[in-house]
Unconditional design. Sequence first.
Length: 233
Amino acid sequence: MPAILIVDDERDLLSLLDFNLRQAGFETLLASSGQEALQQLRRRVPDLVLLDLMLPDVSGTELCRAVKSDPRTRHVPVMMLTAKSEEVDKVVGFELGADDYVTKPFSVRELVLRVRAVLRRAGGATPASGERAPDAVGPIRVDVEAHRAYVADEEVVLTPLEFRLLVTFMSRAGRVQSREQLLMDVWEMSSEIETRTVDTHVKRLREKLGVARDLLETVRGVGYRLVEPSEPG
């Protein structure tokens, strides 16, 4: 039974999430502050952390950084909960290694679905369709087994989700991928859930690709595709 550490200072919401996740078949660990969360993490490594960004003591971003920098817990997926909806908060969360981001208020049913999806894909880099990615597209190279990515022989540090997204694009090089398709195949979530999270991740991935960023194209009104570099001349 997967154990979920829920960290939120709103007691009513903490109780609501506790009840619904237990009803969905999860074991729950509860913390109403950053310090309580750190104590829980010292006692036991959970399968996923559901983390509010606005905590009374330690900020959620600092707690996420602590989880992802500790060798004991760096593999644990983190889902962020927050009342903030600004793009900058999402970017900061994803840059720290968060695996998903849910803005309050949210549907509890959707949250449970997203928890299941994050747990399913945790640690996985192979596209859901089973397609094998080529080792390289232009200057971009991946080592799936080692979970490493390179651009022009320089290693690029990607979050697990960014790596999975890149591998998916490489496995379908030259083919346009809609946001809905990416959401289902990379995030393993229903396309009914908002697709802006796809745009946020593609933006971050494109920035990290550096000199190869232009190979990840936006196809207006459709989605995205990764292309081979054009021949000079």
